[in-house]
Design a protein around this ligand. Sequence first.
Ligand SMILES: [Zn+2]
Ligand SMILES: [Zn+2]
Length: 199
Amino acid sequence: QAGDANSNQTVQNRSDGFILMEEELEIAERKIRAFLDSLSREDLMEMLIVANNHGNGSLQALKDNLAEAKDETPEPEPGEPVILAPSWCKCGKCKEMPTLIENKCCMHKHCVSKLTKFNKYCLDEDLLVLNIKARCDVRADVWNFETRELRKAAYRQFTLWKYGRLGKNNRRVVPSCCVLKVRSEFPSPNGIYLGYKPN
Ligand SMILES: [Zn+2]
Ligand SMILES: [Zn+2]
């Protein structure tokens, strides 16, 4: 149990650093807004094209960014299947889950599972491997990078990203849409998945 106390302490410290960083980001964003406000429409246009080309450069990517900024439902990508979402879902990407507690939506019209940050934090295998190594280091566990462990790391990354901390006794339910996205990226070979276990 001493190991757990240590890991909670580490997360606590990290979480404080996280909050500080959010404040710094807000100040930086205000400066960026003031700068953008001073630019001409032509300069803004050119800069957006360059910025978009640094991303994946497609018209769809640009439309997705606008939908994310305005929290609007993005245009479906060509060939994307239309899922009929349950009544409690606002983002259109959730499905009915095996237990009531798992029936949780990200509550954004532009689904969190479609965000670049979600992709970076929760689906980037290199980051998930690092998450597992960091956790094993604190707990003196042996590394295990099986897909099941990658999924669990993705859920920890999600919780840390959204709530700033983990914590054994206040586990949070990851929204259905995000769970489904993680499962599609790191599928179980037998199609069996562990659901959410409260504490
Ligand atoms: Zn949803
Ligand atoms: Zn969602």
